[in-house]
Design a protein around this ligand. Structure first.
Ligand code: HEM
Length: 543
């Protein structure tokens, strides 16, 4: 275009004669060439768009409105979005569990049957998170949960050993100590006529657990729920949820004009400030310890009484936290910088407390709805512990087989992460459909777990569905509370141990009765599955 303009300007600048005619002809030629040159990419873009539309429209789904797509259907009260999504999905193509929708002009597919979920989650190609995860970036950066491509692959490989069973053994003591605090705090509610919401108690406990296991620091959320750090975690979590569901909070430039932005920035400052401080201090402590060890080793060689001293040392050894492992893996900044470490520590803080809190609260609530299952779990605990009040060992936890089935059944009915989403960087074959690159694929775990073909009487709480003989032959993607495939939850063993430790401790102290009826609960299916008005229960001391 610039060439045409220059030639036209040149034609105007040389008045009359053959030069002028030639320049004008050249200008026309250049303009035509530019139009053709521009038209080619435009035509290609139109062709690509037509292909996307044609492929997506082959999939059943609600009729879209021009420009707005199906966003109008979701312009409902916050409480209704999740129910709408599921009802809409069930209405179209329930047999295959693949439904399409348009978020404005952006294509989406909703998947809710095992084979189609496997097509995405089981693939090594479709590992990019969808755009909805970007609201977590200011806090988590691109840590394991939010990163993609080569960075995610390298980090996943690096961090996997940190979740080895041997390392988790160290955390059993933290689970027990924090469970003991929770039991004490629940005491005033025991045997009272007035029901109470169990969830905030459990959330504060899981927050204390993750803080100590991830960073080796105590924030004492159970003792002081008003701490700046704890408040920042809650506030930021709620802002992220808000941004996901409210269109006007989504573009960054619009969000900056909203009152929430200031709070958002303040929370980020507090959370990053805390993590940075802990990382700095821990690095210094490790350096100091190493120096002391070096000096001691030298003294040991020359002192006969060194044995007693080193034994004392081992007794006083500090508990390992994930942070210590990250510092070790970092190789003095060569592999992970301080910021890289912070991303991962913050990711564990985020992903490792609300999820477990949701899982534990739902499991206890369901045991409160099903007293016969609760008593079976208690009988199993009596077999393991007798009358002893001792803390559970890892072996005890592994013997809680019935309780494990209850936990798994609760994770089936109320998966803490009710859906996961991927951005498709290339075409995907999903069932009988080709889904084009650029589509967002949302796997709705909550629906997938209620497929009556796989789980007869899907709404009933039946822990024995998870007896080994009943699991045999089940599709590997039919039950995926921790997602599945290459991007599954790295913390699932940790989570199950924590669940068993807390729930067993609870059942050894209290009997629980659900006050809310399951059918009356309003579910908020956001990042984490929550009941809108909490989980109201009564508890009674066990005699
Ligand atoms: C009951 C508790 C938990 C549940 C139900 C759960 C569920 C999940 C799910 C569904 C995903 C996949 C998310 C996605 O694809 O968007 C995930 C990923 C992840 N989870 Fe968990 N999680 C739990 C506990 C934990 C804990 C305790 C930790 C850490 C201590 C943790 C750390 C992570 C991380 C780092 C990822 C990202 C893994 C990756 O992309 O490679 N989770 N979790």
């Amino acid at each position: 275009m610039a060439v045409a303009w220059w030639l036209a300007a040149a034609a105007g600048a040389v008045p009359g004669g053959a030069w002028g005619a030639l320049a004008a002809a050249l200008a026309a030629l250049a303009a035509a060439a530019a139009a053709v040159a521009l038209a080619a990419p435009a035509r290609a873009a139109l062709r690509r768009r037509a292909r996307v539309v044609a492929l997506i429209e082959r999939i059943p789904g609600p009729p879209p409105t021009p420009l707005l797509g199906n966003t109008v259907e979701f312009n409902v009260d916050h409480d209704e979005v999740f129910t709408r999504l599921m009802a809409g999905a069930m209405l179209y193509n329930p047999q295959h569990g693949v439904v399409r929708g348009w978020n404005g002009s952006a294509p989406w597919v909703v998947l809710y049957r095992a084979p189609v979920a496997e097509a995405i989650l089981g693939s090594n190609k479709h590992v990019e998170k969808s755009h909805e995860y970007r609201y977590l970036h200011p806090w988590l950066g691109t840590g394991l949960l939010t990163s993609g491509g080569a960075k995610w692959r390298a980090r996943r490989k690096l961090l996997t050993p940190a979740f080895h069973f041997r390392i988790l053994e160290d955390f059993a003591a933290v689970f027990h100590e924090q469970a003991a605090v929770l039991m004490r705090l629940l005491r005033p509610h025991a045997d009272a006529a007035q029901p109470f919401n169990l969830q905030p108690f459990v959330t504060r406990c899981t927050l204390d657990i993750i803080c100590e296991t991830a960073m080796g620091r105590q924030v004492n959320a159970q003792g002081n729920s008003d701490s700046e750090y704890v408040r920042a975690i809650y506030e930021l979590g709620s802002i992220v949820q808000n941004r996901q569901s409210k269109l006007w909070l989504q573009p960054d430039w619009l969000f900056r004009w909203n009152n929430l932005y200031k709070i958002h920035q303040r929370c980020i400052k507090i959370l990053h400030g805390f993590s940075n401080k802990v990382i700095r201090e821990r690095k210094e402590e490790i350096k100091k310890q190493k120096n002391e060890e070096r000096v001691k080793n030298k003294t040991k060689e020359s002192s006969a009484s060194a044995t007693d001293e080193s034994l004392l040392d081992i007794g006083a050894k500090k508990r390992l936290a994930f942070l210590d492992l990250l510092i070790e893996y970092s190789q003095d900044g060569a592999v992970l910088s301080n910021e890289d470490i912070r991303e991962e520590v913050d990711t564990f803080m985020f992903e490792g407390h609300d999820t477990t809190s949701s899982a534990i609260s739902w499991a206890l609530f369901l045991l409160g709805c099903n007293p016969e299952c609760q008593e079976k779990a208690v009988a199993e605990l009596r077999d393991i512990f007798g009358d002893s009040r001792r803390p559970p060992t890892l072996r005890d936890l592994s013997e809680m087989r019935y309780l494990e089935r209850c936990i798994k059944e609760a994770l089936r009915l109320y998966p803490p992460v009710p859906m996961v989403a991927r951005h498709l960087n290339e075409d995907a074959r999903i069932g009988e459909y080709t889904v084009p690159a650029g589509t967002t694929a949302v796997i709705v775990t909550y629906m997938l777990h209620r497929d009556p073909q796989v789980f007869p009487m899907p709404d009933h709480f039946i822990p024995d569905r998870f007896l080994p003989e009943n699991c045999a032959g089940r599709h590997p993607y039919a039950y995926i509370p921790f997602s599945a495939g290459p991007r599954n939850c790295i913390g699932q063993k940790f989570a199950l141990l924590e669940e068993k430790a807390l729930i067993s401790s609870f059942l050894r102290h209290y009997r629980i009765e659900a006050v809310d009826r399951r059918e009356d609960l309003t579910l908020l299916g956001e990042l984490i599955l929550r009941p809108k008005n909490g989980l109201n229960v009564r508890i009674f001391h066990r005699t």
